[in-house]
Ligand binder design. Structure first.
Ligand SMILES: CSCC[C@H](NC(C)=O)C(=O)N[C@@H](C)C(=O)N[C@@H](CO)C(=O)O
Length: 764
């Protein structure tokens, strides 16, 4: 273990708890022991955090060898935590695949992995001969600039300084709006950027006197620099897209002509929408894009696949803009078939809950007709297809026959790969019988797929395989690109629960739910302590994949129970519907039922049950510790929802509060005493006086989703009642608390908090 790491890991101890006069000298001795333990804990964290996560995989063009065999290269990008620098880094790895038309002779790594610096986005041209790169570079004056580069196989052919050109603001690189797309002809590049804003300054700014040389220089300024500055607008409020998208307000579609270097902003886009996720229409005659409604104001977009949005076509001159999708729903991920006759996209018909079961829609570009290929699944048959729950389709997802698409989607507590035939609507799984928990499509080219897969005890790895002919999909064989071993002495399984009769939903009585259990290797004499974790969401899901926090806790000797309570996505739309109006009751009871049932099996220590929950998982956790006093020995919560009434006016998604609490969201409706009373009555804060469990609260100051004042309300309620409580405040982090430095501090503090709690339990 490196010395530097120890500095990072020696998290401050909970002073206000263990300094209390009731704490014995024996306890202080144990605290000393815990400091040593903290180094061991940090070492395990450091070890496990070395496994990177795949971000993208791209299959290069096929080349033919002398004897007729073929090969292609695969380029992949991964993200990894750099604990020394306390930042995320990106690395790339390459592989080579030798194959014939539809089988793989050999596949494996080629060369070493290297760190990628400054690349915000990159995209190969359709022929694979050139690459576009969006780069961030900070010059020696500390000024950050964005460049768009065009690379050939051997050199950088063009570099355009977008910041100096000043045609628009920053280029968007997020998953919501962002794109970097080559035209089919490979002559133009399409991307999304923030609209250029007029310069603003104070009413009383004195202009500097220019020297003769400076005056001469200023004649070279661009036309834009000489535009009048706006004074009254210096402090004008600019709406943004909320949590995780705070610098994004008014996206525009931009087209670069590679030859001339000219950049133009696409005109003709309806005023009431913000464009993104754009692609080139067939023959480059226009652009197809998603437009998100921003009236009457912008509602937060991150973690919200339900926002009202429309698919449009606009011609390049901006003379014609037509609507492709119905316009009453939510749409995402338009993808053009290889023969350019069809467009598929995800469509959600319910704009209430934040995630939902999507349908797959098909637009026939020749006939200009839309149809539904896969419908929303309300209630899946046992072991049957549960519906489509992905937030985005892979950029390339079409088979070469232009009749089938490959999608990765949650299916109960796993993530599977499915193939959909657009003519028949038949859905076939490519992974149902696999032992792997989670699969993700990264790319498909000429039916060769590159996918990433992982399990709760097995770090991510890439595999390649040819999509078999239609109707024979179950014959697929996968070849692994990097060998990865599951971690020793960690087992996992999925547990299915049927709620007891008194807890079934009157309208949806047959719903089940699941949990993923991670359990440290078998030592029959020792029952591990248990950490129960309900997810945030509440309409998201834990899939059986590699998750750092959970695996490290398991390595430390804890069993971990990840609960997909009713209302999680992946189980049919009825499950999602069943939770609206029922939060704080159904979700809370499901989590408790899962925990108690596991205790009955006798595999974990029933006296050492702990609880973690963030966001809505914090809401559930806080209800649990007040409703089941003594059951949980300690609770750790990230940005918890504590008071729905006060949250309504402080979140970027007030609609979420209303809908989950069982009300309609009407933007112009002002809060009424009856609504606020109902919201308060469903909130954990009302039962805070019953809490005795020690609580660790972790808050991100920049959280736009759940304002940190929520966690503060809980802190104050517990502190005044002398309940052990400790609050950590992360000034530079937001809702997900996912900065590398934050994440490690959060983990270490939770681990120490649980150690203290269990030691105290032993002493009592
Ligand atoms: C009142 S916010 C509810 C949680 C939030 N959902 C929305 C619609 O904003 C959300 O998804 N937050 C994530 C950080 C989250 O909760 N992630 C889960 C993992 O899926 C978690 O347990 O952290």
């Amino acid at each position: 273990m490196s010395k530097c790491w120890c500095r990072l890991s020696t998290a401050p101890l909970p002073l206000d708890w263990w300094e209390r006069p009731t704490v014995s000298p024996a306890f202080h001795r144990r605290v000393k022991k815990m400091i040593t333990d903290s180094e061991e804990i940090a070492g395990i964290y450091q070890e496990i955090s070395k496994f990177p996560t795949p971000l993208k995989g791209c299959i290069g063009p096929q080349a033919t060898l002398k004897h007729g065999g073929k090969y292609c290269n695969i380029y992949s990008e991964w993200s990894q935590r750099d604990l020394e620098r306390a930042e995320w880094m990106k690395l790339c790895r390459e592989y080579v695949v030798f194959c014939d038309e539809n089988s793989i002779a050999y596949a494996g790594p080629s060369g070493r992995c290297t760190e990628l610096r400054g690349e915000l986005m990159n995209r190969d041209s359709p022929s694979g001969t050139r690459k576009a790169v969006l780069r961030r570079h900070t010059n020696n004056k500390g000024e950050e600039k964005q460049y768009l580069e065009i690379w050939s196989k051997t050199s950088k052919d063009k570099c355009i300084n977008l910041t100096v050109l000043d045609k628009h603001g920053k280029v968007y690189e997020d998953d919501q709006f962002g794109c970097l797309v080559w035209s089919h002809s490979e002559t133009h590049i399409l991307y999304v950027a923030e609209k250029k804003r007029p310069k603003v300054q104070s009413f009383f700014k004195t202009k500097p006197e220019l020297s003769i040389e400076e005056k001469d220089d200023s004649t070279n300024d661009t036309e834009n620099d000489q535009k009048p500055v706006k004074q009254a607008d210096q402090f004008l409020y600019l709406e943004d897209w909320g949590e995780g998208l705070v610098n994004q307000s008014t996206p525009v579609l931009c087209v670069l002509d590679i030859e001339t270097g000219n950049i133009s902003e696409l005109q003709g886009i309806p005023e009431h929408v913000s464009p993104g996720q754009a692609i080139w229409a067939p023959t480059d005659n226009g652009i197809i894009f998603v437009g998100w409604w921003h009236i009457p104001w912008r509602l937060g977009l991150k973690y919200c696949t339900n926002r009202k949005s429309v698919l449009y076509y606009v011609d390049l001159k901006g003379n014609e803009c037509s609507q492709i999708s119905s316009g009453v729903h939510t749409v995402r991920s338009p993808r053009l078939s290889l023969d350019q006759h069809y467009l598929i996209y995800l469509e959600g018909s319910d704009v209430g809950t934040h995630h939902q079961c999507h349908s797959l829609s098909l637009y026939n570009l020749d006939k200009k007709v839309t149809s539904t290929v896969v419908k929303v699944v309300d209630y899946p048959t046992v072991d049957g297809f549960t519906g489509i729950y992905c937030s985005d389709l892979a950029l390339n997802c079409w088979a070469r026959d232009s009749q089938r698409v490959v999608i990765d989607t949650a299916q109960r507590s796993r993530k599977d790969l499915i193939v959909i035939n657009i003519a028949t609507g038949i859905v076939t799984s490519l992974t149902t019988d696999s032992e792997v928990g989670s699969w993700m499509l990264l790319d498909i080219q000429q039916d060769l797929m590159v996918v990433s897969c992982s399990s709760p005890n097995c770090p991510p790895t890439l595999k390649v395989g040819f999509l078999p002919a239609a109707g024979q999909e179950e014959r697929i064989t996968w070849v692994t690109l990097d060998e990865t071993e599951p971690l020793s002495r960690i087992e996992w399984k999925i547990l299915t629960f049927t709620p007891p009769p008194e807890q079934t939903h009157p309208n949806f009585p047959d719903l089940q739910f699941e949990s993923i259990l991670l359990i440290p290797g078998k030592n029959k004499n020792i029952k591990p302590p248990l950490i129960v974790i309900p997810h945030g969401g509440p309409n998201s899901i834990f899939v059986a994949s590699w998750m750092l926090l959970h695996i490290v806790f398991c390595k430390l000797g804890y069993a971990v129970l990840l609960v997909n309570y009713r209302g999680s996505s992946g189980f049919g739309q009825d499950s999602i519907r069943s939770l609206t109006g029922n939060i704080g009751i159904q979700d809370v009871k499901d989590v408790q039922y899962a925990a108690e049932n596991l205790l009955k099996e006798g595999v974990v220590d029933s006296q050492k049950v702990l609880l973690i929950g963030g966001s809505h998982g914090g809401f559930i956790g806080c209800h649990l510790i007040s409703q089941y006093p003594g059951f949980y020995k300690a609770f750790a919560t990230r940005n918890p929802v504590i008071n729905l009434a006060s949250k309504l006016g402080t979140t970027d998604i007030p609609d979420h509060t209303m809908v989950q609490a069982g009300f309609d969201f009407v933007p112009d409706q002002l809060p009424t005493p009856s609504v606020l009373t109902a919201l308060l009555s469903k909130s954990p804060i009302t039962n805070a006086a019953r809490v005795t469990t020690p609580v660790l609260i972790l808050l991100g100051e920049k959280d736009k989703r759940v304002n940190p004042s929520q966690g503060l309300e809980l802190y104050r309620a517990l502190k005044v009642r002398d309940v052990p409580v400790r609050l950590l405040w992360y000034p530079d982090d937001s809702h997900s608390l996912s900065k590398v430095g934050t994440e490690v501090d959060v983990f270490m503090n939770i681990a120490l908090w649980f150690n203290f709690a269990l030691d105290i339990t032993k002493a009592a």
